[in-house]
Design a protein around this ligand. Structure first.
Ligand code: XMP
Length: 511
């Protein structure tokens, strides 16, 4: 498979670079910046991109480049810090810029060559740097300039080694994707044949080879990743796959039925539906503290799942919907395991007697690619474009101790809100829209009668990744309809309020 390797020097944009390469239909991999030339050569890449990074090349401890990578005979593109490293290794000079450059800049292309092929000679680009290449060695020629930067793009004369000071991967560089495509297709000579059809074909083959005659189990949550993993593995090995779906009593209205309908009946999967709601709710009775609730839900899930797994005779593989960002985010940065930002385990902590081999067929894919695979395998939009739903479910949207009755109130109110958001055509535009149950009662009046009932809050947010979020401005008419319907249709609620806080300082979920 034609591969472009991205060496990650700690840029917040490394994943974006890899995604832009994939958009050019070329497979990309992100690897730690201290990877050696031999390790890179073993991946037989068609090209290498050096990412940006927060350091300054001459700083003590700044990540360096194995110089032999430049002699592998494949094109290299250094971006920002990556360019400075490249230039330093080629005998050029990098120094603090007299004026640091952040934000939009106007790029004038002096020598279009292959890198800027098809682009107009003046471009808007996004800069973010404090250092710049200041001195031309004989061999390094400038390809493009900005008013503050004589070497906004450069090339080692006669060799496919390029550097650019701006960030082509971000949306603020409108033609950045074209530039990355030029690098991958024109300079590295890739065919651009990485498609989700080809992924499904090769991955189906690989799953069959790996699994042979053995059995696979998968914890199906109904979310995008586990659903697509289930559909893909099912395509490869049919009923050798057993999916386990646990109802923890904290699901949304009609959720359990929906999953059984789609996977059990439409896809004809071996789906084991386990209604463990009594067990979860008994353990949660009277528990108010959010972390304690999360802990109980997590622990019960593992026990229920482990029991179900033991009941599947001969299962030797555990499949998970781990995606590529999960893998990248668990990667030690700069070779330092202490710097791991996140260690990923979907079903972590299974008991010791359950030893499974892991099957993670989506671990090379970005989320948009996972969705495309799901679409091609026939999953409906409700699944592949579904808003995120937390593992502890309504447990973290029902403040205080849960009960069947109050969970039902939350489920009904939430179903009304989501239905109206969908009707307004906003569901797929929002990161999340849901209700929260507040265990406080307020006084109201309905039909001349005094009421004393619960409060429901509406939460709707816009976000790219859930790390930060803005509260969404919903149309007045929508809010009015939702509030009216909840009060009229959901017994036990006489007040609806709107959450107008962003993240930070709030979180998206309330617990
Ligand atoms: P917070 O509340 O931390 O949520 O702002 C950020 C995003 O993560 C989701 N979330 C979870 N997802 N298990 C999950 O799988 C969890 O325990 C969990 N807690 C929060 C939340 O829905 C939001 O999209």
């Amino acid at each position: 498979m034609e591969t472009i390797v991205v060496l990650d020097f700690g840029s917040q944009y490394s994943q974006l670079i890899a995604r832009r390469i994939r958009e050019s239909h070329v497979y990309s991999r992100v690897v730690p910046c201290n990877s050696t030339a031999a390790e890179i050569a073993a991946m037989a890449p068609k090209g290498v991109i050096l990412s940006g990074g927060p350091a300054s090349v001459y700083e003590e401890g700044a990540p360096q480049l194995d110089k032999a990578i430049l002699d592998l005979g494949v094109p290299v593109l250094g971006i920002c810090y990556g360019m400075q490293l490249l230039v330093k290794n080629l005998g050029g000079t990098v120094a603090p810029a007299p004026s640091r450059e952040f934000g939009r800049a106007t790029l004038t292309i002096r020598k279009p060559g292959e890198l800027f092929a098809g682009l107009a000679s003046v471009q808007t680009v996004w800069m973010s740097h404090g250092d710049k290449v200041t001195m031309e060695t004989e061999d390094i020629e400038t390809l493009a300039t900005t008013p503050n930067c004589e070497y906004a793009a450069c090339q080692l004369r006669g060799r496919p080694l390029y550097g650019i000071q701006f960030h082509p991967e971000v949306v603020h560089t409108p033609n950045g994707t074209q530039l990355i495509r030029n690098f991958c297709l024109r300079i590295c000579g890739c065919q651009g044949d990485w498609t989700m059809e080809s992924f499904i074909e090769s991955s189906t083959r690989r799953i069959r080879e790996t699994v042979g005659n053995e059995r696979v189990i998968l914890g199906l949550s109904g979310g995008v990743d586990s659903s697509v993993a289930a559909a893909l593995i099912h395509r490869a090995i049919g009923r050798q796959l057993t999916c386990i779906f646990v109802n923890n009593g904290l699901l949304r209205k009609n959720e359990a039925e929906g999953v059984q309908q789609l996977f059990g009946r439409n896809f004809d999967m071996d789906l084991r539906y386990i209604d463990a709601s009594d067990r979860f709710l008994a353990k949660l009775a009277g528990v108010e503290e959010p972390e304690a609730k999360r802990h109980i839900i997590g622990k019960e899930f593992i026990e229920v799942f482990a029991d179900a797994a033991r009941s599947v005779d001969g299962a030797t593989f555990l499949a998970q919907g781990t995606t590529y960002p999960d893998v990248i985010e668990s990667m030690p940065i700069n070779g330092n395991p202490a710097a791991m930002i996140k260690s990923h385990h979907n079903v972590g902590g299974l008991p010791k007697d359950l030893k499974f081999k892991l099957l993670e067929p989506l671990n090379q894919l970005f989320k948009d690619e996972v969705r495309e695979v799901g679409r091609q395998l026939g999953l409906p939009d409700e699944v592949i474009l579904r808003q995120p739903f937390p593992g502890p479910g309504l447990g973290v949207r029902h403040l205080g101790a849960v009960s069947r009755e109050t969970l039902d109130i939350l489920r009904e109110a939430d179903a009304v809100f989501v239905e109206e958001v969908k009707k307004a055509g906003l569901y797929y535009k929002l990161w999340q829209a849901f209700c929260i149950f507040l265990p406080v009662k307020t006084v109201g009046v309905m039909g001349d009668q005094r009421t004393y009932e619960y409060v429901v809050a509406l939460r709707a947010v816009e976000s790219q990744d859930g790390m930060t979020a803005d509260w969404a401005t919903l149309p007045d008419a929508l809010l009015r309809t939702v509030a009216n319907r909840i009060i009229n249709e959901v017994r036990g609620v006489n007040r609806v309020v709107l959450d107008i806080t962003s993240k930070p300082p709030s979180t998206i979920e309330w617990e």
